[in-house]
Design a protein around this ligand. Structure first.
Ligand SMILES: *Cc1c(COP(=O)(O)O)cnc(C)c1O
Length: 457
């Protein structure tokens, strides 16, 4: 076993070295026709195995032809760039292969997860009763929040089913997981109220309260409000303080989905934008988005642990045989076998400290200001759709169709960027989430896009 593992890890090193050397030198990846991929790369699984030589050759070819998300031309998703210390931690987590369910099988890794939760809870000023978990994504965190809130409102649903008249609220720009989660939790997609937003993409608080009053009048039971710190398209931050007043007044669970921009909690310069976060009942953010931890890495916190444990703790004698519940993290999570998604964020944090993370976040915002300034300076050619203090820079170049522009940039392997829409405008959405990038990389993004558009469209 060890001999084989040593050998395959040296193969890994060779492949990884080549891959990393291409991160910035070969754009993202040549686009292959999806209908040809299966044959072209010998992907099919057959009765018989293959020689080592052939195996490595095929694997290399597949790896080098897979889109590379860590280079300086990838702006397509809300993640990008890889933090090297986080990658190191994640690679070790694979070799360790613990399951983060009990202390017995993961030992000190339990304290690593708990330390992250403790530090984040103190940064957002949660009381000492806080609880939390490292979950498998922002969608999952939002799902957990919804279930916990449901059970807090009506603790019979988890046993008897039928969530009846429960209603939740989110802005029209909130992440699509809110609707899916309403379906999964038995609340129902039709019982999500999508509240209008203003031109910046922030939820309309007056309409929110109106809808709540109306629903109550109709005998329904409002229970949950989703607030975004960074809406997926516009990167808008909902007005937390104002919503917190409404949540208190009507006894609603206040969840903050910071999946996109929640890492702003680390920034002394920008945290004024999220004042009131300490009033929330639950909060989540994704170190895999703005901080460069490998997918997936999501921190989920609840203000009071008893609610988390009420919904998620299950007896399982075959599993929980030793140690205190506080150390058996499976009691606070969805999964039974739990991949170690904590170590990567811990290696990142431990190596550069909280101050180092703050620098990363500030740098992302600095790049966003730089990109917006560039567009404003070139307003004869560009239209800007986004506002200050957002990591999403939404724009159009000349009168070029943004869908065509983004698609052709991808087809021709120039760079990867996506499009979005808001208030009847469709635009290119540049995201400055890759803190490895410099201002020059942002400038290069615009130059590449302009040259390509001028020559081809
Ligand atoms: C990305 C995102 C999510 C989903 O997070 P995953 O980790 O991809 O599941 C949820 N909410 C917002 C606002 C997001 O941007």
């Amino acid at each position: 076993m060890s001999e084989k593992l040593y050998k395959d890890i040296s193969t890994f090193k060779v492949l990884a070295d080549e891959l990393i050397s291409e991160f910035n030198s070969k754009a993202i990846s040549i686009k292959h026709n999806p209908l040809e991929v299966l044959k072209k790369f010998d992907i099919s699984l057959d009765e018989n195995g293959i020689s080592e030589e052939k195996f490595i050759k095929i694997l290399r070819n597949i790896v080098l032809n897979t889109p590379k998300t860590s280079g300086n031309l990838f702006f397509n998703q809300l993640f990008g760039g890889l933090n090297s210390k986080a990658a190191l931690g994640d690679l070790l987590a694979v070799i360790l292969n613990n399951s983060m369910a009990t202390y017995k099988i993961s030992g000190p890794m339990v304290e690593i997860e708990k330390e992250i939760l403790k530090k984040v809870s103190s940064i957002i000023n949660y009381p000492k009763e806080y609880g939390g978990t490292i979950a498998t994504g922002g969608s999952m965190c939002n799902f957990m929040a919804l279930i916990i809130a449901r059970d807090k409102k009506n603790n019979t649903i988890k046993n008897k089913g039928n969530s009846g008249k429960l209603i939740c609220y989110a802005s029209e720009n909130a992440h699509y997981s809110i609707d899916k989660n309403a379906s999964f939790s038995g609340i129902g997609r039709d019982n999500v109220r999508h509240i209008n937003t203003n031109k910046k993409g922030e939820i309309d608080v007056i309409e929110l309260e109106k809808k709540i009053i109306e629903d109550k009048k109709n005998g329904l039971n409002p229970f949950f409000v989703n607030i975004s710190i960074g809406t997926t398209v516009m990167g808008a931050i909902d007005p937390i303080k104002e919503i917190s007043i409404i949540c208190k007044k009507y006894d609603l669970w206040m969840h903050i989905d910071g999946s996109y921009c929640g890492s702003i909690i680390f920034s002394n310069q920008y945290k004024y934008l999220i004042e009131g976060i300490n009033e929330s009942d639950s909060f989540c953010f994704n170190p895999h988005k703005t901080l460069g931890a490998p997918l997936s890495s999501s921190v989920f916190l609840v203000r009071n642990k008893k609610h988390l444990s009420n919904s998620f703790s299950n007896k399982a004698e075959y599993l929980y045989q030793t140690d205190d519940d506080d150390y058996n993290l499976g009691k606070f999570s969805f999964e039974c076998g739990r991949r170690n998604n904590s170590l990567k964020f811990w290696t990142l944090w431990k190596s550069i400290g909280t101050k180092g993370i703050e620098k990363m976040v500030d740098h992302n915002y600095e790049l966003s200001h730089y990109a917006r300034e560039y567009i404003k300076k070139n307003s004869d050619k560009y239209t800007l759709y986004s506002y200050e203090n957002s990591l999403s820079i939404c724009f159009n170049y000349k009168n070029i169709d943004p869908i065509k522009l983004c698609t052709e940039l991808y087809n021709k392997n120039k760079l990867m960027v996506g499009y979005g829409n808001h208030k009847n405008n469709t635009f290119v959405r540049l995201v400055t989430v890759n803190r490895e990038n410099t201002k020059n990389d942002i400038l290069n993004f615009f130059k590449t896009l302009e040259d390509f558009a001028n020559e081809n469209l």
